[in-house]
Write a protein that binds this ligand. Structure first.
Ligand SMILES: Cc1ncc(COP(=O)(O)O)c(C=O)c1O
Length: 417
């Protein structure tokens, strides 16, 4: 008997043309915003025009005192760490499982990222943090992986208890919240990316949020020199004498990107509520008893659903590897079901095993190895990830994805060997 699995020659469940998901949606209003910006100006040196409009809108949306736009999320993280006083010899506790840019700016500041293992959601585990704290630790940096908020209230209490700064990399989690408070507002400062697929996308870009005036001034000095520093850092502040040069780096966002980000921000809550509906729909349809467990959340937690992650429980599948199961899903046409690659436990990356050749001046100790973070490695290995659609008209395609998952589950025995 031939197997009906497409990987083994059967007919795929999904024959709809790819891509099945593209982000961000770019309605006519986005095109109009770009064309208007071309007229208004494509180079802005100060906090005027679309820069002020988007920073004000972000400040309102997040209820934050200051928002500073940057050229990328990486630049936002770099400015945030520099502005929070992280420097040579300092240690910052970061999740072992995150995108590497959560940690790489620390190397440029001469600071050491100290990795902590993850909980069952893939986020930094508060219970693994205390044993990583030393007298050099300055901060705990938290990522909300795939838009699922970390245990941020517990981490906040932990940071307070040890006198550490809590910083957030909320690059996956625009608009996500815990008990009604948006992530990115729990710590001293937060950094966000607005690159291509992010819940709030500007194509490229990022921003820092903070309520702290000193952090704000130092973020400006780090990457927004001259006019912004001269206009926004009051003359009676000691650091204002550096306004012309700042620290000499330039992290300004492109005004066209800011125009796209502003237009997207006006839709963000609609996108998020649509995603919540579809995530719930998928969560209800996938029976965890069958071996594919959707990462879910407590009622007070509102994710941004940057991705919906599913854990492949190998023991349900008679030894069929996740790689083979994933290949079978792809053969069924589930083009969007992904196994994250470069977003992986940082101890698996050469930069965190041996930074010396790229950072000869780095004096910290950084020599991680595979096997150091078993939970992060296991989570990474077992994770299948789906983007979350937001429109009801996407539901028929969602149904086909679910049908394909059930088909591969039902026929998994054919994948053995
Ligand atoms: C968690 C996280 N932090 C930081 C970044 C870096 O953002 P950017 O690509 O805008 O520099 C990313 C990018 O994907 C990310 O996923």
């Amino acid at each position: 008997m031939t197997s009906p699995l497409a990987l083994l020659g059967g007919k795929p469940v999904i024959d709809q043309q790819t891509p099945h998901f593209s982000w961000p949606p770019l309605p006519d209003s986005a095109t109009a915003a770009v064309l208007d910006q071309l007229d208004e100006g494509i180079s802005i040196y100060d906090r005027s025009g679309v820069i002020a409009r988007l920073e004000d809108a972000l400040g309102d949306y997040f209820d934050a005192r200051h928002a500073v736009l940057t050229s990328s999320g990486t630049a936002a993280l770099y400015s945030m760490y520099a502005a929070c006083g992280i420097g040579p010899g300092d240690e910052v506790i970061v999740p072992a499982y995150t995108f590497f840019a959560t940690a790489t700016p620390l190397l440029h500041l001469g600071a050491t990222p100290v990795l902590a293992d993850c909980d069952t959601s893939g986020n930094i585990d508060p219970q693994d943090v205390p044993r990583r704290i030393t007298d050099r630790t300055k901060a705990i940096a938290v990522t909300h992986m795939w838009g699922m908020p970390a245990q941020i209230q517990t981490l906040n209490r932990l940071a307070d208890g040890y006198g550490l700064q809590l910083l957030e990399d909320a690059s996956h989690a625009h608009g996500a919240s815990v008990s009604g408070k948006k992530v990115g507002t729990f710590g001293r400062a937060a950094a966000f990316s607005m690159n291509g697929p992010k819940p709030l996308s500007a194509g490229e870009g990022g921003f820092v949020l903070t309520d702290d005036d000193e952090v704000y001034h130092r973020v400006l000095l780090h990457g927004q020199y001259n006019k912004r520093c001269r206009n926004e850092i009051p003359a009676d502040i000691e650091l204002s004498r550096y306004a012309v040069t700042g620290m000499g780096l330039k992290h300004r966002i492109h005004p066209i990107a800011a125009a796209i980000g502003l237009e997207q921000l006006s839709h963000l809550d609609d996108y998020l509520s649509g995603r919540q509906r579809i995530a719930e729909y998928i969560g209800e349809k996938l029976d965890p008893e069958l071996g594919i467990t959707v990462t879910w959340h407590e009622p007070e937690v509102q994710p941004s659903w940057y991705g919906l992650t599913m854990r492949y429980e190998t023991e349900f599948f008679d030894g069929v590897s996740v790689e083979r199961f994933h290949a079978a899903l792809q053969a069924e046409g589930c083009d969007e079901i992904d196994r994250p690659g470069s977003t992986c436990p940082l101890n698996l990356l050469p930069l965190f095993q041996d930074p010396g050749p790229l950072f000869p001046a780095f004096t910290g100790k950084l020599a991680y190895a595979p096997g150091d973070y078993p939970r992060a490695e296991q989570t990474h290995h077992a994770t299948l990830k789906l983007p979350v659609w937001h429109r009801d008209e996407d539901l028929p395609l969602v149904d086909r994805y679910i049908e394909a998952i059930y088909k591969v589950i039902a026929h998994h025995a054919d994948l053995k060997g």
